[in-house]
Design a protein around this ligand. Structure first.
Ligand SMILES: Cc1cc2nc3c(=O)[nH]c(=O)nc-3n(C[C@H](O)[C@H](O)[C@H](O)COP(=O)(O)OP(=O)(O)OC[C@H]3O[C@@H](n4cnc5c(N)ncnc54)[C@H](O)[C@@H]3O)c2cc1C
Length: 473
C-alpha cells in the first residue's frame, strides 16, 4: 500500500502551498526536492518575497499583518489595490492574452489565499524599502505591490519549511522526479533518482510544482528563440523543465506563451546561475530615471513607458536583442543619490566620470562619438513617456546590464478549479495536478511584479486541495 497519498515534486513556494493544502485536507504528503538541502527552495528563495494581492484598504492589510502599529499606519499611504485594478494590470501587460479563468482565480483568490497563508502562520511585512517613497512625511506606496514575506525570499522558504514540519509534511532532498508512473489511465506514482539510485514512489496523486525550463539552455533556445542560450539565469539551476516534460510525456496539453519569459536587466558580468548570497541584487531597476544605451551609442527603448513594476519583466529580452547582448544604464548626478540599493553592491559592473567626454570613453563596447551625439540630442529634446531627466550634471554613472531570465511562461494546461492537468484531448488526467511556474496560460509577453509568488500560492492551494480529494475535474 502506498505510504503517501500525495507526492509534490519541488520545494519552492508553489510546492509548499500545495503540500499544506493537501495536508490540511487529510492527505499524507511527501515533497521531493532535486536540490541538496542547502540549495533548496527554488526561485522562490531568490525573490524579494513580494506578493501582489488585492486589498481594499488598510483593514485588509491588517488582517495579514496584525503587528502593524498605529504609528506605521499613520505614516503610510497604502492606498488600495482593488480587484479591478489587478484585472486591469493583468489584461494590459499580457495584451489581453491571459486565460480568463486562470486570471480570475489568480486575482479573485489572492486576498483569501494571503489570509490562508497568514492563518497557517506565515508572517508578512509592507515593502517599505522598494515599493514606497517618502513624500511629505508619508510613505506612499505605488504600483500595486505592497506586501512581502518577512525576511524576503529566504524568509519565505524558512517559514514554509517550519510550517511544513509542524504539519507533518515530509521533505526529501537530492531527490529528482524523473517520470510519472502511469498506467494509461491514471497517475500512480513518481519515479525518482535519489543519491544515484532509482526508486518508484507510489501514491494516489502527484503534484508537479518544480518550475519552468529557464535553467535549461537547450530548451530556452528551442522555445524562447536563438540567442536565449546567452542569457544569464537569475535563480536556481535546477528548473530544467522536468515537470513539464514528464507531464507532456503522458499526453498533457501544452499551454500558454511558450516563447515568452520573465527576463530583466541583470548585471552583465553576473554568473551563469543565481547566487544566493546576492539574491536578486544583480538586477538594476532604476532605469526609468536614466537612459539605456547600446553598443551603437544610441537609445533603443522608452525607459519610462510605465512604472518599473510594469516594464522590468520584459526589458531583459529587449537588451538581449541588442548588438552583443548588452546595454549601459546611464544616470547623471541628479539621479545618482536616488538609485535603488542594488546599485550599491560590491559585485557591480559600473563606470563613473566627471566629464561627459571622459565618461563616453569609459563605456566599454560603445561607439563613444555616437554616444556623445545621442546625449546632445536627447538633452535638447528629452522624449520619454515619464521621468525624463537630462544627462548633464556630474558625476555621471553607468551600469552594464545583460539579460537575466527569471522564469518561463509556457507550461501545461490545468483545470482552474482543481489544479488537475488536462491532456491534449482536453480530458483531465486522473492523479496529476500542477502549480507554479509550470502552469501555462497565465502570463504572456510581460508580467506585473509580485504575481509569480501569488500565482504559486493560489494555484498551489487549489492543486493541493484537488489532489487530496482525488476529485476529477
Ligand atoms: C531573482 C528573482 C526574483 C524574483 N522576485 C519575485 C518577487 O519578489 N515576487 C514574485 O512574485 N516573484 C518573483 N520572482 C518570480 C518567482 O521566483 C517565481 O514566480 C516563483 O518563485 C515560482 O515558484 P515555484 O514554486 O513555481 O518555483 P520554484 O520556487 O523555482 O521551485 C521549483 C522547485 O522545484 C525543484 N525542482 C526542479 N526540478 C525538479 C525535479 N525534477 N524533481 C524535484 N524537484 C525539482 C527546484 O529545485 C525548486 O526547488 C523572482 C524570480 C527571480 C529569479
Amino acid at each position: 500500500m502506498a505510504k503517501y497519498d500525495v507526492v509534490v515534486v519541488g520545494a519552492g513556494n508553489a510546492a509548499f502551498c500545495a503540500a499544506q493544502a493537501a495536508a490540511e485536507n487529510g492527505a499524507k504528503v511527501l515533497m521531493v526536492e532535486r536540490a541538496p538541502k542547502e540549495l533548496m527552495g527554488g526561485n522562490s528563495r531568490f525573490t524579494a518575497g513580494a506578493f501582489r494581492c488585492v486589498y481594499d484598504g488598510v483593514d485588509d492589510l491588517k488582517a495579514i499583518m496584525p503587528d502593524l502599529t498605529k504609528d506605521e499606519i499613520d505614516r503610510s499611504d497604502f492606498g488600495t489595490y482593488t480587484q479591478d485594478k489587478f484585472y486591469d494590470d493583468m489584461f494590459r501587460v499580457t495584451e489581453y492574452r491571459t486565460d480568463g479563468e486562470l486570471c480570475d482565480r489568480l486575482v479573485g483568490r489572492s486576498r483569501d489565499t494571503m489570509r490562508w497563508l497568514h492563518a497557517k502562520g506565515m508572517k508578512f511585512d509592507p515593502i517599505w524599502g522598494r515599493q514606497a517613497y517618502l513624500i511629505d512625511g508619508k510613505f506612499k506606496f505605488w504600483g500595486g505591490l505592497t506586501v512581502e514575506s518577512k525576511g524576503g525570499g529566504p524568509g519565505l522558504i524558512e517559514q514554509h519549511l517550519k510550517l511544513a514540519d509542524k504539519n507533518g509534511i515530509d521533505v526529501r532532498y537530492n531527490t529528482r522526479g524523473l517520470s510519472l508512473i502511469y498506467d494509461g489511465r491514471s497517475v500512480k506514482g513518481l519515479k525518482v533518482k535519489c543519491d544515484g539510485n532509482y526508486e518508484d514512489i507510489e501514491c494516489k496523486s502527484v503534484i508537479i510544482a518544480c518550475g519552468g525550463f529557464e535553467s535549461n539552455a537547450e530548451m530556452r533556445t528551442r522555445y524562447l528563440g536563438p540567442g536565449w542560450e546567452l542569457a544569464k539565469v537569475r535563480g536556481t539551476s535546477y528548473n530544467t523543465g522536468d515537470g513539464i516534460n514528464m507531464a507532456l510525456a503522458i499526453g498533457a496539453s501544452s499551454f500558454g506563451n511558450w516563447s515568452g519569459s520573465h527576463a530583466v536587466q541583470w548585471d552583465y558580468n553576473a554568473p551563469e546561475f543565481g547566487d544566493l548570497s546576492v539574491g536578486d541584487n544583480f538586477q538594476k531597476h532604476s532605469y526609468p530615471w536614466g537612459i539605456l544605451i547600446n553598443a551603437t551609442g544610441r537609445r533603443f527603448v522608452d525607459e519610462g513607458a510605465d512604472f518599473r513594476n510594469y516594464t522590468y519583466a520584459k526589458y531583459g529580452a529587449v537588451v538581449l536583442r541588442q548588438p552583443n547582448n548588452f546595454a549601459w544604464q546611464v544616470f547623471d548626478g541628479k539621479i545618482v543619490p536616488m538609485l535603488r540599493a542594488e546599485y550599491r553592491i560590491k559585485r557591480v559592473s559600473k563606470v563613473s566620470a566627471n566629464t561627459i567626454e571622459e565618461f563616453a570613453h569609459k563605456l566599454e563596447g560603445v561607439n563613444a562619438d555616437a554616444f556623445l551625439d545621442e546625449i546632445k540630442k536627447y538633452n535638447a529634446a528629452v522624449k520619454k513617456s515619464n521621468w525624463a531627466n537630462t544627462i548633464e550634471e556630474p558625476p555621471f554613472e553607468a551600469y552594464q546590464v545583460g539579460c537575466g531570465v527569471s522564469f518561463t511562461f509556457g507550461g501545461v494546461r490545468i483545470d482552474p478549479d482543481s489544479g488537475q492537468v488536462i491532456d491534449s484531448d482536453m480530458n483531465p488526467i486522473p492523479g496529476l495536478y500542477a502549480a507554479g511556474e509550470l502552469v501555462g496560460g497565465i502570463f504572456y509577453f510581460n508580467y506585473p511584479g509580485g504575481s509569480g509568488l501569488m500565482s504559486g500560492a493560489v494555484f498551489g492551494k487549489i492543486a493541493g486541495t484537488g489532489a487530496a480529494s482525488g476529485r476529477n475535474a
